[in-house]
Design a binder for this molecule. Structure first.
Ligand code: ADE
Length: 235
């Protein structure tokens, strides 16, 4: 997967994406991250990229003409049509299904807003999808882009060494993951469930599924509803 990031802070990349499992995938060229500096596409001498909002209000708005030049530059560099995402608190909330959808694309453009936002005609004109990380406001899209890329890249089959790692983790099949335990067997008077110690793989698998269902029902009733609906559809 190739990510092009439209940003005013290209020096932030690859940042945390250069570490751990995702960093190894970056070095193996399983994915690439290429920041594009929006300021390079400013048209005036002062290299300004923003202006005050029509109708008044706080802060500055990124100009559509500058963004369009930066975006066209990105589009020209891809042979296949990319998926384009504007990270914004006004978008649809990111979830596992959305990640799977993004994951199907070879090329992805991520637009990081700054200041009070961007001129919405740029979004309308290019029919860009808005994606939010949650109901709170970050000071820019860059940190959100790290999260989106990390979550997306770990779904590429070669990225996690153990192919089974993805199978049982949270949100696969719309369930949260069952609780995990390691040594010591007893800690602070809390015991590891007996069934995990006896080596009966069939019973362990049953316990994992049953516990996943219980945990999801208790902690995330909204997700549990989706699980039940999908189960019914499959039957
Ligand atoms: N940029 C600012 N706030 C954001 C959020 N909640 N999600 C994604 N991008 C953002």
């Amino acid at each position: 997967m190739n990510f092009k990031i439209l940003t005013l802070f290209p020096e932030l990349f690859p940042g945390p994406l250069n570490h751990s499992i995702i960093g190894a995938a970056l070095r193996k060229k399983i994915f690439s991250v290429d920041p594009v500096n929006i300021r390079d596409f400013a048209t005036n001498k002062a290299k300004s990229v923003d202006s005050s909002p029509y109708g008044g209000g706080a802060g500055m708005i990124l100009k559509p003409d500058v963004l369009q030049k930066a975006y066209d530059f990105c589009l020209k560099r891809f042979d296949k049509k990319p998926k384009t995402i504007y990270l914004s608190p006004s978008g649809c909330k990111l979830n596992h299904d959305k990640l799977l959808e993004i994951n199907k694309y070879e090329n992805v453009v991520i637009i990081c807003g700054k200041y009070e936002g961007i001129d919405s005609r740029f979004i309308t004109h290019n029919k860009i999808e808005e994606v939010s990380l949650g109901d709170y406001v970050l000071s820019g899209g860059e940190i959100a882009s790290f999260i989106l890329i990390d979550a997306c890249v770990r779904l590429i089959p070669e990225v996690l060494g153990n192919k089974n790692s993805l199978v049982s983790e949270s949100f696969q099949n719309h369930l949260l993951e069952y609780p995990q335990f390691t040594k010591p067997r007893v800690w602070q008077n809390l015991e590891v469930p007996e069934i995990l110690l006896n080596g009966n793989h069939e019973k362990v698998s049953e316990w994992k599924l049953k516990t996943s269902i219980e945990v999801t029902k208790r902690k995330r009733p909204d997700l549990f509803k989706i699980y039940k609906k999908k189960l019914k559809e499959r039957k």
